[in-house]
Structures are given as structure tokens and as C-alpha cells.
Design a binder for this molecule. Sequence first.
Ligand code: FDA
Length: 391
Amino acid sequence: MQFDTLILGAGAAGMMCAARAAGRTLVIDHAKAPGEKIRISGGGRCNFTNIHTEPANFLSGNPHFCKSALGRYSPWDFVALVDAHNIAWHEKTLGQLFCDVTAKDIITMLRAEMTRAGSELWLRTEIGEISHDGSAFRVTLSREGRTQDITARNLVLATGGKSIPKMGATGIAYDIARRFGLKVTPTRAGLVPFTFPEGRFAALSGTALPVRAAAGGATFDEAMLFTHRGLSGPAMLQISSYWSEGTPIALDLDPEGRLYETLRAQRTASGRHKLTTELARHLPARLVAALPEQLGMPLEGNLADQNDARLATLCAALRDWQLTPGGTEGYRTAEVTLGGIDTDGIASKTMEARSQPGLYAIGEALDVTGWLGGYNFQWAWASGVAAGQAI
Ligand code: FDA
């Protein structure tokens, strides 16, 4: 069968590309439904974009690469599409936009846009041999026990990264890219919880607090959550993308920096209060109880017993708690894959490979990874539109 364009992967980027590509388009996926990650994203409500999207919110070997596509398809362009489909949405926090009702509305919207563009969708379809005969790609697909050879002038790699293999994630885009002369930068799990040696935070599991987390030159002010296995919550997921194995993360448990002055003032006003009682007004009580062991610092006596130097030492320790994770939960739970198809080999306006005309790569398969908070979907939409418009 002959198509103008074959898109591998019916995820966020692939569906968006299919909605924009001219000519006869076929989208295939090995899953039984399209957009499975959209469906489960944002707790089932899909954090579909972030109105503060800037190139600085993305990690890539080439931080300039994402600028063109993001500049030409903004969060507001996607909001206009959502509005045109009468999908109700709201801003939750930090510019993150969510569906009011269900993430399935976004999938329905993309399917409708694909149908309008005349794109076909084949599910439960496996990818076999891929070659290029000098004028078109030849791809062997198998569906319902039948093998079919497809010829297409354009081939779009939209199969995403390696995150959550249980949901069908594979590294196939990297293998195909390499076959056509593209480089692939090392990949690792991003937006992923940290693990610590057994039991380190078990007693604190479920405790959450706002922190400032720093690693690899980045800093995030968000919530942190202690878990049975380690540390999670938005602050930890964000910083995990910047963290390198074997290095510490620095936690500031007093991100507003007011604790020292507050404790001094309280010492004057209520010197007979226990130090731990006063601390528990600013930090979760379970954390305060665990601090002597965690920080290796006794927290004894009343406020009146603490001189300025002791309070300063305590506050300094709370503001620079250095922790070296044992590792991360890995691709099993990571929201994204860092690294991927090297953007050096891709034209930033069109997403087309320099080494192989007609070959495109979009979405998470590329070495472009966003922060937590709707940025990754915005990249999927923007890169999908860039390729779709070029095709
Ligand atoms: P995506 O992974 O969406 O699609 C790839 C498609 O290719 C899949 O349908 C897959 O089945 C298919 N495929 C893979 N290998 C194949 C093969 N060998 N043969 C055939 N088909 C194959 N981002 C965000 O901005 N806001 C959010 O709220 C969330 N929430 C979130 C929650 C969870 C649990 C996860 C795991 C991730 C998120 N993300 C997110 C990240 C976001 O889901 C992700 O960045 C985009 O889905 C990437 O879009 P792509 O289209 O590139 O890949």
C-alpha cells in the first residue's frame, strides 16, 4: 500500500502531526488504543500545556533547538484548539493547564482532528523491516496476523522514549534513527523519584513539605514527599532530570529563609517553649522528630537554652541538607526519557533529518525533555505541528 506519510506512534506528537500533515497519512501503533500516556497523565485530567513555556524549561544537548517549534506553536495555540472542541479546562498552579473533566477529551479531540485531515490509524500494528529505496521508505507492518508492505515518501518517528515499558514504551525510534545515520545521545530516566538505602525515610513516609531543591546547577521551589523507598513529589521529580549518579542533592527546608529570625523572636516571646515544639510550627512534626537522627544533631532543651550560634547552626543545617540518593526508580515510573535522537542531525524548523530527506523525528524520541508541569506535552504538540506543516 502506498501513503505519502507513515507516522510510527499514535501518541501525543504522532497524532498532532497526523492532524496537520497534508496528503495521505497512515499512523500506526502497537498499542490497542491511541494516546495511552495522555489518558493517564495529570492524574487522569492531562496537564496538557503550561502557559509559561519557555525554551529554558527544556533540557537538550542543544538548548536552542526547541526555540523554533515552540515559537511557532504556543500554549495559546493549543488552548485555542481545546476551546474549539469545547473542552473545559482550568489552571491549577504555576501555569499548568488541566482538563476539567477527563484527559480522554484530549484524545477524542486529536482523533477528530486526524479524521478531519483524512489520516488513517492502525492499532495493534507491529513494525518490521524498514528501508529506503532512494525515493521512498518501505516498511513492513504486521497487523492481525497479516504482513503488509507500506511505501511512503515520509517516515515520522513518533514512538516516544523508554519511560514506562509496561505502557508499551520501546526504544525503537533510536534504532531506526541510527539506521539512517542519526546519532542518539545517552538516555536515562527523568522526572523520576529518588531511591535511598532501605529504611532511610521509612518512618517519614507520607510526609510532605515545601522545599528548595538544587542539583546540577538547577533549583526548584516545590513540594517534596518522603516515601518508603526515598524521595518524591514535584521538587524531587524536577531535580531528578538535572541530577547525576553519585552526587548529592541540596535541600533547603526553609526556602523562605525566615526560620532563624522567627526562632530568635520566639525565644524572646516564649523562651520556655521546647525547641522541637517551636520547630513543629514550621516543619511537619514527624520530620522534626526524625531530625536529630537525620541531621546528626541533637534538638534538646527550650528556646531559651539556644544561643544565637546554636540557632544559626541548626538553621544552616536545615537550609543545606545534602543527601546522596542511591539511585532513581528508573524507566519503570519515570515520566520522561532524557536524551534521545541527537538534535544536531535534525532541522529545527521542520524536524527533518539532515542525513535522510523525508525522515522526521518528533516528541520525546528527540533529545528534548521538558520540566514537569505540561511542558512535555507542549513539546509534543509543537514538534508534531512543525513536522506536520513541513510535510
Ligand atoms: P508517547 O509516549 O506519547 O507516544 C509514543 C507512542 O508510540 C505510544 O502510543 C506507543 O504505544 C507507541 N510505540 C512505542 N514503541 C512502539 C513500537 N515499537 N511499535 C509501535 N508503536 C510504538 N507530560 C505533560 O506535559 N503533562 C502531564 O501531565 C504528563 N503526565 C505524565 C504522566 C505519566 C505517568 C507519564 C509516563 C508521562 C507524563 N507526561 C506528561 C509526559 C508525556 O506523556 C510525554 O512526554 C509525551 O506523551 C510524549 O509524547 P510522544 O508522542 O513523543 O510519545
